[in-house]
Design a protein around this ligand. Structure first.
Ligand SMILES: [Zn+2]
Length: 391
């Protein structure tokens, strides 16, 4: 399977049967239903496009088509488990390295791929960042990708075909997604998350246009607490007290830990369950792996902190150039007085963006979250105060 059909999917979405559990572009739904009926679903799909274009939802739909005994009804116990991401035969695999898939992680997934399914008649492996395959990780994947067990299939998600290492992309059937228009995304999110259009706009801005992730953000008390803690810190950055700012930085990290708590509990339970079956070496491998996955989750949450910070700065910059109606309302409600207290010039806005980029690079290079966050907030404070002294 090296030949590629590139299917352009329009932004229009429909809950077309048989994928009633998820909203995906209509032509993709038709394509998948036909392939499912003809028994010609590819064993490896590469879904490409920007955030919010429907890639994640489509990955979910393909998993449903594979797993559900009714072809993807969206309603049976199997479908519900897939949608909740708790089906033991559907694996969502995120990079455990700072920016790459680790070879050990891929080897473990491939060993898992060679075993028989637990509940369903097939297994699905979804790689959420196909760009994160470096050569070593790709080598660990290639043999299975070329000759998969007949009940195993792979779905790879990436921003573009070019961003994926060619040895992998050439072995997948590509489905490409153009970006959804913003009004359509807001409407879809309002319907999905039962929120106001303002909340939808803000959540989409924070999650880079991804409806799936924006809806997770709106539904999660813990993650909205991270947004609130970040806004609190930015307000403190306008004030004079550096110690208060650092205390706010700690609060952000506590909020992140809080949001990772359920994941930590799941891992601890899993380790307890495996304790009597695994040898000492294997158990310690499992613990290390869970530790990496926790760190990867924390980095993901920090990305959200950076996004909130960018939008807060943007709000204040826009207020400064006199078109505050364009400013985005953040979910926890930035107070209007924020803009009055801190008006940034476009130059200062650009400088502050550079500070966030550096913080983000530091996290990718495994600098501790505390150091990266403290430095970012203190530097942003400097930029804000330079403004006030000169103005
Ligand atoms: Zn079903």
């Amino acid at each position: 399977m090296s030949n590629v059909d590139n299917i352009a999917a329009p932004a229009e979405r429909t809950p077309a049967p048989p994928f009633s559990g998820v909203q995906i572009p209509r032509n993709v739904a038709i394509l998948l239903s036909e392939a499912k009926a003809a028994g010609t679903l590819s064993h490896a799909y590469l879904l490409t496009g920007s955030m919010g274009s429907g890639k994640y939802e489509t990955a979910m739909a393909i998993a449903l088509a594979r797993i559900c005994p009714n072809g993807g009804c969206g309603e049976c116990e199997e479908c519900r488990r897939v949608i909740r991401k708790s089906h033991p035969d559907v694996h969502w695999i995120e990079p455990e390295g700072a920016a790459t898939y680790l070879v050990g992680q891929i080897r473990m997934a491939m060993r898992n791929a060679s075993l028989t399914p637990i509940r369903a008649s097939s297994k699905v492996f979804i790689f959420t960042s196909a760009e994160a395959f470096n050569e070593q990780a790709a080598n660990a994947f290639l043999k299975t990708l070329e000759e998969p067990h007949e009940d195993t299939s792979f779905i790879l998600i990436a921003s573009s075909r070019e961003s994926v290492i060619p040895t992998i992309s050439s072995r997948c059937q590509e489905i490409s997604f153009p970006s959804a228009s913003q009004p359509a995304s807001i409407e879809a999110l309002v319907a999905k998350a039962k929120c106001t259009p303002e909340q939808a706009r803000a959540a989409l801005a924070i999650e880079d246009g991804s409806i799936e992730r924006a809806s997770e953000l709106l539904a999660s008390y813990d993650r909205r607490a991270i947004v609130a803690a970040t806004l609190e810190a930015l307000r403190a950055a306008v004030g004079d007290d550096r110690l208060e700012l650092l205390a706010c930085s700690s609060n952000i990290l506590s909020a992140i830990k809080g949001a990772c708590k359920d994941m930590e509990e799941t891992y601890n339970n899993e380790i307890e369950n495996q304790r009597e079956f695994l040898g000492k070496g294997a158990l310690s491998e499992l613990k290390k792996r869970f530790k990496r996955m926790m760190a990867s989750r924390e980095r993901e949450m920090l990305t959200e902190v950076f996004a909130v910070t960018r939008h807060w700065l943007r709000n204040n910059m826009i207020a400064g150039i006199g078109c505050s109606e364009l400013a985005i309302e953040l979910p926890e409600g930035t107070k209007r007085s924020d803009s009055a207290a801190c008006v940034l010039s476009p130059e200062q806005f650009v400088e502050a963006q550079g500070i966030i980029d550096r913080a983000s690079e530091r996290i990718a290079r495994n600098v501790t979250p505390r150091l990266a966050l403290d430095a970012m907030l203190l530097d942003i404070r400097e930029v804000i105060h330079a403004n006030r002294h000169s103005g």
